[in-house]
Design a protein around this ligand. Structure first.
Ligand code: SF4
Ligand code: SF4
Length: 471
């Protein structure tokens, strides 16, 4: 579907108005983007960052810690290993907090410096860039790629295309296998996969993620950011006039001129189009802030290079807020950033506390609801408790239970010790006895003390001891 638009005023040379008509395509098929290679400070930071992040992703599952995989989300056994920390389903609050902190960090950074996540750390960006590197390796520079796509099929074109896709498939498969390697022991997965003896689930997910990587980073690329990414849709809500964005300085750049060194008439933009050619999403930042812009900063590098050549100051395209562009001061500390910062700090503090105080056992104590308290021989009162203990250590362990809070409390039942296998739950019933004469209240707080006699670790839980009467 197309629409005709009147864009320019009538000609002055004729009394009859001339209307310049331009076809605007409302529905347009995607034009392939051939991003040009660019050198500069931001490209360097970005490339080095991407290499580091890719290295972390691919190498982390191979790291061993305490004779096991350092990072392993062991779904069948329902536990996550993160170096020394073992997270059980009962500790899900830790993962929840972690995800919350990740989201808050994203909001905080977006309010402060726009979409830096998209430009520097998003997996879609990282893998797309890695695929672009492989594409350049197989097909050459931007110009060579354009020429290659235009030329008819021949042996050279087939060889280059096959090389590119083979490299893409290898990287995609490596990505898929590594991803599954975070959920199952990677040292066994790799040989099993290539000897076709890996489980159906592991094989399926490795191929699924490999296919998704090949499709997203090889074919969809910027289309993913433009049409599928939810973050791209709502990030505008986090911007304000103080948010740093990639901005073209219109005041300085316009009216555009044709490049002549040292000429001072007109603006500094020489309309070389390099900022558009390097853009991985194919936009022209001179048209203003656009939702497609992923803040990769490559147009800054390209333009700075041009400014150096025409001996004009750098920064025609730069990180700047709307306020800065209007000649006002950028305020970094403002209610929005303070709010995100405070929430983030609280979230991180709670997470640290949760991790530090993570318990090696999960203990549930339930009082016997039928017999709250009853008389026992020797002028004693007896309360009955159901104990449910999960051993969250990686070793089998022996436990003893004792009680404190009232003088002379004795525990009968499991106090002599019991053994619980790693990851298993032990259920038992204990009776606690107290001298009636020492009970001054109907309801007295007491402490149940569970000691791991293998490691000496002690866990304390609060409960209550009831007398038989209220007087
Ligand atoms: S790179 Fe700079 S000078 Fe060239 S078109 Fe873009 S803004 Fe203008
Ligand atoms: S406009 Fe500039 S910062 Fe935005 S995506 Fe394109 S090259 Fe990256």
């Amino acid at each position: 579907m197309t629409k005709r638009a009147n864009n320019t005023p009538a000609s002055t040379s004729s009394n009859q108005a001339q209307i310049d008509e331009k076809i605007i395509h409302l529905y347009e098929s995607r034009k392939k983007i051939y991003p040009r290679e660019v050198k500069g400070i931001f490209a360097k930071i970005r490339d080095n960052g991407l290499v580091v992040l890719l290295a972390i992703y691919f190498l982390l599952p191979w790291l061993n810690w305490d004779n096991r995989q350092a990072i392993l989300f062991d779904m069948p056994n329902r536990r996550f290993y993160i170096f020394d920390i073992v997270i059980w389903p009962q500790d899900l609050i830790i993962l929840t907090l972690f995800l919350f902190i990740m989201a808050m960090t994203l909001f905080f950074l977006t309010a402060l410096v726009g979409r830096v996540w998209c430009g520097y750390a998003c997996p879609q960006t990282i893998w797309t860039e890695a695929f672009i590197w492989l594409e350049r390796f197989a097909e050459g520079s931007r110009i060579q790629q354009i020429k290659l796509d235009k030329q008819p099929w021949n042996a050279q074109k087939i060889r280059k295309k096959v090389t590119k896709h083979a490299l893409w498939i290898i990287l995609a498969l490596w990505t898929g296998l590594t991803f599954v390697g975070y959920f199952t022991a990677i040292r066994a997965l790799i040989p099993d996969f290539f000897t076709l003896s890996a489980s159906f689930a592991a094989t399926f997910w490795a191929l699924f993620y490999a296919g998704a990587t090949y499709l997203n980073a090889g074919w969809l690329r910027e289309q993913f950011c433009k049409t599928m990414c939810p973050y791209a849709r709502f990030q505008g809500a986090m911007y304000d006039e103080n948010t740093l964005l990639i901005a073209y300085d219109k005041q300085r750049g316009e009216p555009r001129r044709k490049a002549k060194r040292g000429e001072n008439q007109d603006g500094h933009c020489i309309d070389c189009n390099l900022c558009v050619q390097v853009c991985p999403v194919g936009i022209d930042i001179r048209d203003g802030n656009q939702s497609e812009c992923i803040n990769c900063s490559l147009c800054i590098d390209a333009c700075n290079d041009v400014m150096d050549q025409i001996e004009a100051p750098r920064g025609l395209i730069r990180y700047a807020s709307d306020n800065e562009m209007m000649g006002k001061k950028t305020r970094y500390i403002r209610p929005k950033t303070i709010g995100y910062g405070v929430i983030l700090a609280v979230g991180i503090s709670v997470l640290i506390y949760q991790v530090i105080t993570i318990s090696a056992i999960e203990l549930n104590i339930k009082r016997d609801r039928n017999i709250l308290a009853r008389y026992a021989p020797n002028n004693q009162i007896e309360n009955v408790y159901s104990i449910n203990l999960l051993n969250k250590t990686l070793d089998d362990a022996n436990y003893e239970i004792s009680a404190a809070g009232i003088d002379g409390l004795t525990v009968q039942g499991a106090q002599t010790g019991f053994s619980v296998k790693s990851g298993e739950v032990f259920d038992t019933t204990i009776r606690i006895l107290a001298d009636k004469d020492l009970l001054t209240n109907y309801n007295t707080p007491i402490e149940l003390i569970v000691k791991n006699t293998t490691t000496g670790e002690v866990h304390r839980s609060q409960t209550r001891f009831l007398n038989v009467t209220r007087d």
